[in-house]
Design a protein around this ligand. Structure first.
Ligand code: KQY
Length: 366
């Protein structure tokens, strides 16, 4: 791969919606014991279930460290490609490349700076130097050239409809722990040049207690152009209520890039998910890593799902709202098979299914 000294906007490349066709998907095997409890074994089981579900619909590649290679290869079925890679943790949505496509069916990567969700002011672990190389490594293996974008950004903090509209949150993108020297206008300018979007919809905040500073992929996403799914609660006393209401009001009063009014699907959240003492005690304490304390609320949301070719892999939590969430997703996506995967172990690490996956759009080979 090579870095291209231009921008996707100049070259006619755009970020497609996740619902467009994929060549495949990448994940990174969980391992670090200061984030994943009990030696990361329960998380590895959950990641394996996600990987197997996605592999039913598209090619799945798992990056694995040298020390875990044999174990992961043994756990994962043969149709999953396992490649050795070094990285700091498993959040490839955030440290992997954002892919852009052109009319001819070529795919390139956008490589953002990564600072572990806030660097030395609120970042979630130190160091993050290996994560910062993941986008480049994926582009090399996938044989994609790339653009180096001039700002800190995680893939989970943006969603597009592939038709010029981008969704994000002020809580995350305007947080001074990402790009302190950039104004809102500077940030919009980079998003427009590197993703080829022309309309940016700023939601104020993400999910309550989300350690990413409110990534949009946990609260709202596009089902298809003109339609969004918003994490919701009817409980007006829940701290999430005002956040979801503020997002809904913005979405109701904003047109997309093509001048459409958005159709909004509300997906009711699970009851609050709290870390148990046992779960907390299973995590190694390391200075510089966000501690996992008993009673802390996790940022649980059904919106953090992955859209695969003809399928949806969505998190469920053994919660009374699971059934209704799955039924609603079937209605929103009648053209796709909905696969619910128990995701508490992923949530305990600070994110969910969307955060641990990164799609590679379909490439038309010439
Ligand atoms: O995208 C995400 N939700 C990543 C969360 C990182 C958690 C690190 N403990």
């Amino acid at each position: 791969m090579k870095y291209i000294n231009s921008t996707p906007l100049k070259d006619g490349y755009r970020m497609p919606g996740e619902f467009e066709s994929h060549d495949g998907c990448w994940m990174l095997w969980p391992e670090r014991t200061d984030n994943w409890r009990d030696g990361a074994k329960p998380a590895q089981k959950a990641f394996t279930a996600v990987a197997k579900a996605i592999a039913r619909f598209e090619k799945l590649t798992m990056g694995v460290s040298a020390s875990q290679f044999t174990h992961a290869r043994h756990r994962l079925p043969p149709q999953i490609r396992v490649v050795e890679m070094s990285y700091n943790d498993s959040w490839i949505r955030d440290c992997g490349p954002t892919c852009v496509v052109n009319e001819g069916g070529d795919v390139r990567g956008v490589d953002w700076d990564f600072n572990a969700w806030g660097g030395l002011t609120g970042g979630l672990y130190f160091p993050w130097d290996l994560d910062n190389l993941v986008a480049q490594k994926v582009c090399d293996i996938e044989d994609m050239d790339a653009y180096k974008a001039p700002m800190v950004l995680e893939g989970g903090s943006i969603h597009t409809d592939g038709q010029g509209t981008l969704l994000t949150t002020e809580e995350c993108l305007l947080n001074p722990n990402r790009n302190p020297s950039m104004s809102k206008k500077d940030i919009e300018d980079v998003l427009k040049r590197y993703l080829n979007v022309c309309k940016i919809i700023w939601l104020p905040k993400g999910i309550y207690m989300d350690e990413t500073d409110g990534h949009v992929d946990n609260i709202c996403c596009f089902a298809r152009p003109g339609e969004v799914i918003l994490s919701w609660t009817d409980d007006t006393s829940d701290p999430q209520y005002s956040r979801s209401l503020a997002a809904k009001e913005i979405l109701e009063n904003t047109d997309d890039a093509r001048g459409r009014k958005l159709k909004i699907h509300l997906l009711h959240q699970p009851d609050p998910v709290l870390i148990t003492r046992d779960e907390s005690e299973g995590v190694d304490t390391v200075e510089g890593t966000l501690p996992r304390l008993p009673g802390d609320r996790l940022a649980a949301s059904y919106v953090n799902f992955y859209i695969a070719n003809y399928g949806i892999v969505m998190p469920v939590f053994e919660d009374t709202h699971d059934k209704a969430a799955v039924e609603k997703m079937k209605k929103i996506f009648p053209e796709r098979e909905i696969i619910p995967v128990p995701a508490r172990e992923i949530l305990l690490g600070g994110g969910n299914i969307h955060c641990i996956t990164q799609q590679i759009p379909k490439r038309i080979k010439t």
